[in-house]
Design a protein around this ligand. Structure first.
Ligand code: NAI
Length: 708
């Protein structure tokens, strides 16, 4: 029997031969980590003065090593306690071995890096997720990792936040050994005993020499810096990570630690970190809808997809990727073949990029079947309709579904704008009808609006959320209205952009200002990418019902009349040279805009980029407030998650409603009232915004009050 020295809350100590085994019980919440860190420091202090101990072995037995992969874990106190622990482990005069099981992420990995020897159990994973929260590793990770695995490998891990498995960790040099099994205590003890027998010396990471090839390190850092400047526009933490890794090369260890701490504190204090935390919480909170609390999802064993066009094919790929069997229904053999070819093309693209093998594709397509008769879907659990955006066509499809589908089948529509209550009312089982609004490309875009019509049963909605989980999508509950949450807001802020364009800003300036705010593309680049004809068709459809007093900018119509639909026709707002995706400004477009200004009797004005962004954001936020007020979105956070996951809103700004709180709602309302003087119909302040300003409250306060 081993001697048990003492057992405490978080750390159990046992002397096994000459190895002091410290088992960390981190099964409780990550908040315990400060205590864990302190207990480990005390244990190492004691081990140093205990002559029976030759080697110390620290083992984490739970799914994550010592600390959890949780944003909450980034609290400063905890990080500092971990930093102290790292220093204490590293300075120990007896070798400290760490055996890792589960995930060693963030400060868990930083602790491991401070040990003298590291072994990973099979199945262990490693990574620095801090970047996803707008911060950097703050317990010495930026100084130790480069010394251990080099600047290039460190930057690739820290700047991506990606996880690596045990074998890659071994290849990189993050661990010295990978165990044969998942029995972390046995693996760790065997290794520690070997080291004890061999009188292995302490190896301090702070003295490791991986940066010795100065030239290579310098060029790796320079390459990462150039890439970061290009890719992480507007983000604070990535460049700070590069600076810290550079400091590991240029400064003594303790000086590097000081810089890291300063940068870490700056990040923690930043608006970007607050925004990332908000998004992290919001993406959890969206799962908490009334129906997911009150009802159990139905079983989803198989899915039918109606329509194999852009969306039907993308949805099919998403379903196949999630391991679900899919039956596609098209209206004739030629369309079915085209639908199948769409699916093939997606997988062939992945094969060409080396992300899928032929065998992998075959395995996925094994679950695919295609038919032109609805009788093939009598047994499926869920049907997703993605046919033309036309009420008559949709109703005809739903009549067929009503006829053939088994009782209890969930009948979903991917409509972008149509009234789902009307579709539901047209069949004998309206309680089974729900909206599942995917975004294009459906196999890639994370957002899934779950649109909840009046008569749907709660378990159908719960099933929609469950399907989103299976597809690894971010579901947001939306009410029925024209455009639901996202497209409804998009229509308004795009109109604001059109007004700016007619009033004097060029589409190129607007796109640039919006990109500089943090969107990957400006509104006119997006139109050119998606195809100007889509919006044109919608505008023509709505022409009869449009408010004749509302301002209507005709510039996009003028381009469409020339068949300038964007990238696919080589011209749109931009001109596209053969096979190039980046367009160049087009003087002819500018001439058309000028002519339209004259026709509309507008005297062009100049706008600064800041003025453009203010109007664009004010329009977006005002409509977001309307969407919340009308309960189309449950809370402001649902609007934030929608815009970030479906519309390119920069996550580091936390979404439009979070951003609005930071700007200040009173200032925002003052802007809107100013714009209202020019166009009272368009710039009508949302009653919710007015009310919040009167109460001195924030959108965030509504996130809190409506949870429960
Ligand atoms: P699409 O025109 O590419 O595809 C529609 C497909 O439906 C065609 O392949 C057509 O043959 C098939 N179809 C038509 N009637 C049919 C019937 N009775 N039975 C079986 N198949 C039939 O259209 P897209 O872009 O895929 O849009 C489909 C739906 O998804 C629309 O409701 C659209 O509003 C919505 N949507 C589109 C998005 C987009 O970005 N394209 C984004 C989100 C939703």
């Amino acid at each position: 029997m081993p001697d048990t020295i003492f057992t405490d809350v978080a750390v159990t100590q046992e002397l096994r031969g000459s190895v002091l085994l410290l088992v960390v019980d981190n099964s409780s919440a990550s908040m315990a980590s400060v205590d864990v860190a302190r207990e480990l420091v005390t244990a190492i202090d004691a081990a140093e003065s205990n002559r029976l101990v030759k080697t110390v072995l620290i083992v984490g037995t739970e799914a994550s090593f010592i600390v959890s992969d949780d944003a909450l874990e980034l609290n400063i106190l905890e990080r500092f306690a971990v930093a102290d622990l790292c220093g204490r482990i590293e300075s120990s005069c007896k070798p400290v071995v760490i055996a890792i099981h589960g995930a060693a992420l963030g400060s868990g990995l930083e602790i491991a890096l401070a040990a003298h020897y590291r072994i990973a159990a099979r199945g262990a994973t490693f990574g620095f997720p801090e970047i996803r929260f707008g911060v950097l590793p703050g317990a010495g990770g930026t100084q130790r990792a480069p010394r251990l695995i080099g600047a290039g490998a460190t930057l690739s891990l820290m700047l991506s936040g990606r996880r690596v498995d045990a074998s890659e960790a071994f290849r990189l040099g993050l661990v010295d050994r990978v165990g044969e099994s998942e029995h972390v205590i046995d693996e760790g003890l065997a290794y520690a005993q070997q080291l004890a027998v061999a009188h292995a010396p302490v190896r301090r990471t702070r003295d490791a020499r991986c940066l010795a090839d100065e030239e290579t390190s310098k060029s790796e850092i320079a390459a990462a810096r150039a890439e970061t400047v290009k890719k992480s526009r507007g983000l604070v933490a990535p460049l700070m990570i590069v600076d810290c890794v550079e400091a590991a090369l240029n400064l003594p260890f303790d000086e590097g630690l000081k810089l890291e701490r300063k940068q870490f504190l700056d990040c923690v204090d930043s608006l970007q970190h607050a925004a990332h935390l908000h998004v992290f919480m919001a993406e959890r909170e969206v799962l908490n809808a009334p129906e997911t609390r009150s009802a159990q999802p139905r079983l989803i064993g198989s899915v039918g997809v109606i329509g194999g066009g852009t969306m039907g094919a993308g949805i099919t790929v998403a379903l196949l990727d999630a391991g679900l069997p899919v039956t596609m229904i098209e209206r004739d053999e030629a369309s079915l073949a085209r639908g199948r070819a769409f699916v093939d093309r997606v997988y062939d693209g992945l094969i060409a990029k080396g992300r899928l093998t032929d065998a992998g594709k075959a395995a996925k397509l094994d679950r695919y079947r295609g038919f032109t008769s609805y009788d093939a879907i009598t047994d499926v659990d869920v049907v997703i309709e993605a046919v033309f955006e036309d009420m008559g066509v949709k109703k005809a499809v739903f009549a067929e579904l009503d006829r053939v589908c088994k009782p209890g089948a969930v009948l979903a529509t991917n409509t972008s704008y149509l009234d789902i209550d009307e579709i539901a009312a047209s069949i004998s089982r309206p309680q089974e009808v729900v909206g599942l609004h995917f975004f294009s490309p459906a196999n890639i875009m994370k957002l899934l609006e779950v649109v909840v019509p009046a008569r749907v049963s709660a378990d159908v909605v719960a099933t929609a959320f469950d399907l989103a989980k299976k597809l690894r999508k971010v579901p947001v509950r939306a009410g029925v209205c024209d455009g639901f949450i996202g497209n409804r807001m998009l229509a308004v802020y795009r109109a604001a952009a059109d007004h700016l364009m007619e009033d004097g800003a060029s589409p190129y300036q607007i796109d640039k200002a919006v990109r500089e705010f943090g969107f990957p593309m400006g509104p006119y680049q997006v139109i050119d990418l998606a195809g100007g004809d889509i919006g044109w068709a919608t505008r023509k459809r709505r022409a009869a019902t449009r408010n004749p007093n509302a301002r209507y900018v005709q510039i996009p119509d003028r381009l469409c009349e020339r068949s300038w639909f964007g990238q696919k026709t080589g011209r749109g707002f931009y001109r596209y040279e053969e096979s190039k995706r980046d367009g160049v400004p087009d003087p002819e477009v500018e001439a058309i805009i000028d002519a339209e200004r004259q026709r509309a009797a507008v005297t062009p004005r100049t706008f600064t980029d800041e003025q453009i962004v203010r109007r664009y954001m004010a329009a977006m936020i005002n409509e977001g407030a309307n969407v919340v007020q009308e309960r189309i979105a449950l809370r402001p956070l649902d609007v934030d998650v929608t815009l970030i996951n479906g519309f390119g809103f920069p996550a580091y700004r936390g979404g439009p409603m979070h951003y609005a709180d930071k700007v200040g709602l009173a200032a925002l309302l003052a802007d809107i009232r100013e714009f209202e003087k020019e166009n009272p119909l368009f710039w009508k302040p949302s009653p919710l915004l007015v009310e919040l300003v009167e109460r001195g409250a924030t959108f965030a306060s509504l996130n809190r009050t409506s949870q429960g």
